[in-house]
Write a protein that binds this ligand. Sequence first.
Ligand code: MN
Length: 427
Amino acid sequence: MMEISANDPRLKSWVDVPQGSDFPIQNLPFGVFRTESQLPRVGVAIGDKILDLKALHILGYLENLPFRLEDFLADSLNPMMKQGKKATRDLRNRISKLLRSDMPDLRDREHHVKQVLVSQSEVQMLLPIRVGDYTDFYSSEDHARNVGTMFRDPAKALLPNWKHLPVGYHGRASSIVVSGTPIHRPMGQVNPSDDTPPTFKASGQLDFELEVAFVTFDGKPMGQRISTGEADDYIFGLMLFNDWSARDIQRWEYVPLGPFLAKNFASTVSPWVVTLDALEPFRVPGPVQDPEVLPYLKYEGNKNIDIHLEVGIIPSNGQETIVSRSNYKHMYWNMTQQLAHHTVGGCNIKCGDMMASGTISGPTEGSFGSMLEIAWKGTKPVAMTDGSTRNFILDGDNVVIRGYAEKEGVRVGFGKCEGVVLPAIEF
Ligand code: MN
């Protein structure tokens, strides 16, 4: 496969990229945006700007690539992603070439530049993926251990299967929304005590889950499996993901089939899909897996990725408190293992399927990925900058997830994944 020329750390763009931007020329993440007067279309972030791929295609800059105008004049990335890994890699390499400071083709055509660059501040970002199926894993050992310690037995915090397979469940795709979409606190059944009947009320334990999701290309026909060695070829890119969770509803409903209404009311994703290609320079080794995993879960090479993650809570008064700093490199099970496991029984994956990591907690107290763990089941309230405290998320709180990888002076970031919690709709 063609090399990823777009990742060269020496590259600079003729488009101004502010210091500390998540979107230098080495990133080039894909998203879908619209302006007041224009239809949704595909764009690529560069600095504070967006490169409009629909306009770029019309002006002839994407010739000799397998894309049609309809792939970019679209309200999701799915049509573009239908062309697969090689085509989208070639596309990103082409865009990189057009934006390089030493390439005059687009740079020196001012009338074209005006047509293809738009300010991020002037657009509305849309949900980038038409999500077919959504799967949520449970692949952070520290998270699984924390939850097992809180709710079961510290000596047997991990269930017997946990180190033998990447535990997951099939989630709800219809309620995945783009960053910035307000979320209503869910109503539901809760039953804090075994001695009383359940009641119906607004969740009193609304939580976030700090996660990273990946989105897939079309897979193989049903009945065939994707090996760990093949998995990267089926992954387009990654997004920040908040798997909103209502802990009180979850506690009552989850036995024996797992989460249901505690999680199906909403999940929030960041608008920019950072390609797996752009993240290749930030690969790191994963943890040693002991006991040894079954052959179909073995993998070669560095398959974890060093992505700094943080969660902030901004109450309605506007003062943000960072409540967690974690890292995607802490994952026990990596994406290739998750995909190999998902398909090993013959399950087919499709273009636009979304697979989330599970809550990403680190090993230390400041690095936990949910309020459940940070405030330890409500026993250690979190002090906020404004003097208030939190055990869980309150109405009016904006929960913001940020993430970036950084190496050799190159920062590849995700932008923000945020959502404000509105009061429950009682009826
Ligand atoms: Mn989750």
